[in-house]
Design a binder for this molecule. Structure first.
Ligand code: BGC
Length: 435
C-alpha cells in the first residue's frame, strides 16, 4: 500500500499580456507576452535539498507503517548544488527561479533560529540576482518543522503565532532582492484530495502513520499536510495567510505577495454531480481571501470530472501520466480564466507540468499547455507568468523518486544533472517571449 500514494497520486488515488501578433513557423498565430512576463522553473525545499531531517515529512518517511515509497534522503543535494541549478535555469533562457525556504532548517527547534540557514537562503536570492534571474520565494511548501507537527500544526489556531515569527525572521533574513513571494503552496490540497475515493479510503492508514510519527517525536499528536483534518486546518491556514501577509508586508511593503492554489479544471460528470459542493469546499474560501492579494498562483495538472459524491476515474483508453492522471494540458485555459474571474487578481502560473518517463510527452504537454494559456490571455485574462514544475526530477512525496516531473534529470548517486530536450523547448518560448 505504501508505495501506491503520492500527494499527486492521491489526486488520482487520490495585464493583459498581449502586445502583438505574428504568424509562427507552424503557421499558427503566436502572441508576444508582456515584457516582464515571468518564465520560470520551480522546486520546493524538501523535494530537492536533501537531509531535511527536522521536517515533519522526514519523520513520516522513517516510521512504520510507511506512507512513502522511499525516504527523501539526499534528494537532489540542491542544498549544496543550488548554484548549478540556477546556472541551468539561466542557460535555458528562463528568467525566474521559484524555490522554497524550509521552515525546519530556519527554526529546527521551537524558538531556536538558525542564522546559517537564513544566510543560506539569502545567498540563494543573491545568486539568482547575480545571474539575472528573478527569485520567487515560497515560505511554506507543505513541510513544517517536526515540533510544529507535534503541536497540532495547522489544526490549532494558536499555532499561527509560530508561523508569523518564522515569516518575520525569514522576510528580514532574505533581504530585499526578491519581488515575488508565496505564503503557502496549495493550502487547499487536502480538501481537493478528499474528493479522491482512494485518498478518502486511505485516511485510516494515514492516521496510523501519523500516530507512529507522534510516538517517534514523543508527542500525543502529529498533524501533517495533506492528511490533517481539513475542516480544522482550512480556517487556520486562511487566517495564517492573512496574518502572515500583514507581517511580511510590514517588512517588505514592496513585495508582490500571494499564495498558490491547486486548481483542477473542474468539470461536471455525466450524471449526478456534486461539483457545486466541491467548489464551495475546496476553492471558494480561498478565492475570497486571495481577492485581497497582489496576485494569485495557479497550479494545474489536469482536469477533475466530479461525480455524485467524488471525482470519477479517467475514462478507459485515455493517456495517463506516471501518477495516473489523464494527460490533459488543455486544463490550463479553464483554470487561469476561472481563477482570474473569481478573484479579480492577476494570475501567475506557479506550477504546471507532467510526470512522464518519455520526455517527448513533456514537450507535447508544454506546447499544448502554453497554447491553452495563450487562448486565456487572448480572451483578456491577466496572466503574468508561467513557471514549470519542475526544474529537476525530485522527491515526489509519497511516490519518492518514481515519478519524473523534471526538465532536468538527476543521477541519484553522482547528482549529475542532465538537461532534457523539453527544457530547451520551454527555453525557446522564454527567449522569444512568445507563445
Ligand atoms: C506540489 C508539488 C508536487 C507537484 C506534483 C504540486 O501539488 O506543489 O510539490 O511535486 O504538485 O505532484
Amino acid at each position: 500500500m505504501s508505495a501506491a500514494f503520492s500527494r499527486r497520486t492521491m489526486l488520482q488515488l487520490a495585464g493583459s499580456g498581449a502586445i502583438s501578433f505574428a504568424a509562427g513557423a507552424s503557421g499558427a498565430t503566436t502572441r508576444s507576452m508582456r515584457a516582464d512576463f515571468l518564465w520560470g522553473a520551480a522546486t520546493a525545499g524538501h523535494q530537492v535539498e536533501g537531509g531535511n531531517v527536522n521536517s515533519d515529512s522526514w519523520v513520516l518517511e522513517h516510521v512504520e507503517p510507511k506512507s512513502f515509497a522511499a525516504p527523501s534522503g539526499d534528494a537532489c543535494d540542491s542544498y549544496h548544488r543550488w548554484r548549478e541549478d540556477m546556472d541551468i535555469v539561466k542557460q535555458l533562457g528562463l528568467n525566474t527561479y521559484r524555490f522554497g525556504v524550509e521552515w525546519s532548517r530556519i527554526e529546527p527547534a521551537q524558538g531556536e533560529y538558525s542564522q546559517a540557514a537564513l544566510d543560506h537562503y539569502r545567498a540563494m536570492v543573491e545568486g539568482c540576482v547575480d545571474r539575472g534571474l528573478k527569485p520567487l520565494i515560497t515560505f511554506s511548501h507543505f513541510t513544517v518543522p517536526r515540533w510544529f507537527a507535534g503541536l497540532g500544526g495547522w489544526e490549532e489556531m494558536a499555532n499561527i503565532d509560530h508561523f508569523l515569527r518564522y515569516c518575520e525572521r525569514t522576510a528580514r533574513g532574505l533581504g530585499r532582492n526578491y519581488r515575488h513571494g508565496l505564503t503557502f503552496n496549495e493550502p487547499n490540497l487536502g480538501a481537493l484530495l478528499s474528493w479522491q475515493p482512494d485518498f478518502r479510503g486511505a485516511m485510516p492508514f494515514f492516521a496510523t502513520a501519523n500516530a507512529a510519527a507522534a510516538a517517534a517525536i514523543g508527542s500525543s499528536r502529529f498533524s501533517s499536510t495533506p492528511t490533517f483534518d481539513t475542516r480544522r486546518a482550512t480556517p487556520v491556514q486562511l487566517a495564517a495567510h492573512q496574518r502572515a501577509t500583514e507581517a511580511i508586508k510590514a517588512i517588505r511593503p514592496d513585495l508582490q505577495l500571494g499564495l498558490s492554489l491547486a486548481v483542477a479544471d473542474e468539470q461536471a460528470g455525466p450524471d449526478k454531480t456534486a461539483i457545486r459542493e466541491k467548489i464551495a469546499q475546496v476553492y471558494t474560501p480561498w478565492f475570497d481571501v486571495v481577492s485581497k492579494d497582489d496576485f494569485v498562483g495557479v497550479q494545474t495538472y489536469g482536469r477533475a470530472v466530479v461525480g455524485e459524491a467524488a471525482d470519477l476515474p479517467p475514462p478507459p483508453g485515455v493517456e495517463v501520466t506516471q501518477t495516473g492522471m489523464e494527460f490533459y494540458p488543455e486544463a490550463l485555459e479553464a483554470t487561469v480564466k476561472w481563477v482570474a474571474r473569481e478573484t479579480g487578481r492577476p494570475v501567475i502560473v506557479t506550477e504546471n507540468g507532467v510526470a512522464c518517463a518519455d520526455d517527448s510527452r513533456r514537450v507535447a504537454y508544454i506546447d499544448r499547455a502554453l497554447a491553452a494559456l495563450a487562448r486565456a490571455i487572448a480572451s483578456g485574462t491577466d496572466v503574468r507568468g508561467y513557471i514549470h514544475w519542475s526544474l529537476l526530477d525530485n522527491f515526489e512525496w509519497n511516490r519518492a523518486y518514481t515519478a519524473q516531473f523534471g526538465l532536468v534529470s538527476v543521477d541519484p548517486k553522482t547528482f549529475r544533472r542532465t538537461i532534457k530536450p523539453s527544457a530547451f523547448h520551454l527555453g525557446g518560448y522564454a527567449r522569444a517571449n512568445r507563445i
